[in-house]
Structure formats: C-alpha cells, structure tokens
Design a protein around this ligand. Structure first.
Ligand code: FES
Ligand SMILES: [Fe+2]
Length: 406
C-alpha cells in the first residue's frame, strides 16, 4: 500500500507502511536495530593517545565494555592486558610498572607483557596450581595513538593499520582529537556522511549549499562527494583558514569526499582547482560501554601548511576553535538522537537519503551481535562472532563464548 501526503505546494508519495508507522531501510527487511549492532572487534582500534601512556605508568582503557590495562615499560614498549588480576580481579591498571613487568597493587603478583604471571612473591611449596595469567591484546603504536586488536588475536598480524601518509608528511601538521560522545557509533557515521545537516552549523559556517556530486557503495564502504558552495552569511575565520588554503585562500567552492571504510571514517577537502587536499580527517569511533551507547572519538586532522612560514602557528588556535565549535554542535545532535532512541526503546528513524541507508547497511552487515554481558566477561575477543550478515537478526549470544585462560 502506498500513501500520498499533500503539503502546501507539493505532493509526496510515501512507500509502504511498516508496522507502527515505522519504516525500515530499503535493504534491511526485518533487520536488527542498527543501534543494537556491536562494532566488529576484528580491527585495530585506538584506545589511548600515546602521550597519555607515560613511561613506567599504567592507563585504564576500554573497548566495548572490556577494560584494558595499558602500561609502558622501561623499554618504551606499550603492553595491553585484560584489566583484572587473575587473583582477585582487581584492576591491573592500579598496579605498578617494574621494568617491562606489571605488578598488581594488592598481593604483588607480577605479569609480563604477554599476560603470563612471572612471579607470585609468597607462593609456598605445594600450594594449589596458580592461574597462568590474563589475556594480552596485540598492541601497536602509530600516528600518536595506541591501537589494540580486541578481536581474535590470530587475525591481528594480517589486519592492516590505517594508512595515513599525510600524518608523516612535512607538508602537513596534525591536530589530534580524543573525547567521549554519548551515542552509538553509528550516529557518528551518519552525521559525518550526511552533509545535508549544514543548517545545524549555520551560526559557524554561514549558509553552505552542499550538492551531492556522486556516491559509491561497496560491501564495506560508502563514499560520498559533495560540492560546498558558500551562499552567504557570516563564515568563521577558522573555517576560512581550514578550507581556503590558508591566508591566501579564495572563495571558490570546495569538494569534500567523505568515506566510511568500515570501521573508520575519513573526510578530505580539496579546494576547487587544487590538486591536493587542504585537509584530511581520519576518525575512529570506539565504543566504551558494553551496550555501545557511548563512543570515544579519536580523530586526526591533517592540515596542509600554508606557504607563508609561521602562518600555521598563527592559524592553529583559530582552526582549533572552529573545529571545536562544529564538533560541539554535532555532539548536541547525535547525543539527542541517542536520548530519543533510549526513550523510544528502538530506532524509529525514517531515513530518506539513499547513501545514509547504504551506510546503515554497511554498519549493520559488518557488525556483530551486541553482547551486554561482555562487561562482566572482559573476554569478547575469545568469541569468534561472525559478522551480522551471516547471522539471523537478533541472534542469541554465542553459546560458545569462553572465559579467558586463567
Ligand atoms: S588481587 Fe592482584 S595480586 Fe592479589
Ligand atoms: Fe556536522
């Protein structure tokens, strides 16, 4: 059945009704509510900014309800252990770093970086066999971030870290973002990909007219290209510095390419008639809690330096202020979306923009079933969850879920 709605000046033909006036994405059928889809742990995820993990110190990190104790040993290497002592479960992040070993603060059991217990100081002869240790996560440091691999560790070596050539380029300077946003990571992908929300930013960027030039979808990605035309209104100075190639910028339209390449997102802005991007943004949304209603945003904004020496130094605080203002507006919107979802208990979205329907499909089919009990378990990586694409909607938690070795 289709329905025709009349407005003052036009007629809109709506598609078939579904249930309680709630429509589904065009590809989802009886799909799982996207806000109940867990992020796939079989990728590298940043869980800390490198400079926050100081030598001989611990750092309490988290991934989707799994608590992770990071520590940097004397050698400078960062290790990541399940954040619970195998003895009495208190967080190892409360412990003390000795050399490259982490010693629990309570009875001083010592752990190597691979999670194995290397010493129990008071173990008497003939005592019961102690546990072997706790889980260790594969760790890598890159781009000023500490990445862990929370999925099946056997997949870690063959899973590439993101490639960000601009990070190390002398022509670019990187601004790092790290903050928690109170919403499911899917809202973040939708927010950045759907540039039709410039109305939200009208106070900062003036009247921006986004035109979708093209978009492309694959099983793991959605890429959209927009032309941004400034159609009047006051434009923030930081925005001008960021988008118009520094102080000598022009008012020409910009082309913005945004890509969700599961599980990351990127945005590049190329001023019209320019060959290289004025800036590139790489971002990861890392769920913090087991229900994944909160995510930690790690962003790297790689900005091309203007040709005038010292100009970047002067522009930096203005660019920072501009990006913070835009981010604050986006945060307000996505957190309000999450609150609506919490109050409604399910996703009542009625999406109309095809590429957003596509990104919802990508996030759903590449994700895994949510595992609310993982907060208690801390061992989700031992569950080899298949992606949702090959599971039935609302699949029951994997019965084969194993406890860590201990
Ligand atoms: S609780 Fe860690 S050593 Fe006892
Ligand atoms: Fe925005």
């Amino acid at each position: 059945m289709s329905e025709t709605l009349s407005t003052d000046d036009e007629t809109i033909t709506a598609g078939p009704e579904t249930g309680l006036g709630r429509s589904c994405d065009h590809r989802s059928g009886a799909a799982t509510d996207l806000r109940r889809v867990g992020i796939n742990p079989n990728f590298w995820y940043p869980v800390a900014v490198s400079r926050d993990v100081r030598k001989k110190k611990t750092f309490a990190a988290t991934f989707a309800g799994e608590r992770i104790a990071l520590y940097r040993g004397d050698s400078g290497t960062v290790y990541a252990l399940e954040d619970r002592c195998a003895h009495r479960q208190i967080p190892l992040s409360m412990g003390v770093v000795e050399g490259d070993v982490l010693r629990c603060c309570y009875h001083a059991w010592a752990y190597r970086g691979n999670g194995r217990i290397s010493q129990i100081p008071y173990l008497p002869r003939g005592a019961a066999r102690p546990p072997r240790g706790v889980r260790a996560y594969p760790v890598r440091e890159a781009y000023g971030l500490v990445f862990v691999f929370p999925g099946d560790p056997h997949n870690a070596a063959e899973t590439a870290l993101p490639e960000l050539p601009e990070f190390n380029s002398a022509r670019h300077k990187t601004m790092t973002f790290s903050r928690t946003v109170g919403c499911h990571y899917s809202f973040m992908h939708e927010n950045l990909l759907d540039m039709n929300h410039q109305f939200l930013h009208r106070g900062v960027v003036g009247r921006i007219q986004p035109t979708l030039l093209a978009y492309d979808t694959s099983p793991h990605s959605v890429e959209a290209r927009y032309r941004f035309t400034h159609a009047g209104g006051k434009k923030n100075r930081g925005a001008g510095l960021l988008t118009a190639k520094g102080a000598g910028g022009t008012a020409s339209p910009d082309v913005i390419t945004i890509r969700t390449a599961y599980p990351y997102q990127t945005l590049q802005l190329v001023p019209e008639n320019a060959e290289l991007p004025a800036f590139s943004l790489w971002v990861a949304y890392v769920p913090e809690d087991a229900e994944q209603r909160t995510n930690h945003v790690y962003g790297l904004l790689m900005i091309e330096k203007p040709p005038i020496p010292g100009a970047m130094h002067l522009a930096w605080p203005l660019i920072r202020r501009f990006t913070e203002r835009v981010f604050a507006e986006d945060r307000t919107a996505v957190e309000a979306e999450q609150r609506a979802w919490d109050e409604q208990g399910e996703d009542w979205n009625r999406e109309v923009f095809p590429l957003i329907m596509d990104v919802r499909h990508v996030l759903r089919t590449n994700g895994v079933p949510l595992r609310p009990e993982s907060a208690l378990c801390g061992a989700a990586a031992f569950c080899s969850n298949p992606p949702l694409a090959s599971t039935t909607p609302h699949a029951e938690p994997d019965a084969g879920h194993k406890r860590p070795t201990g």
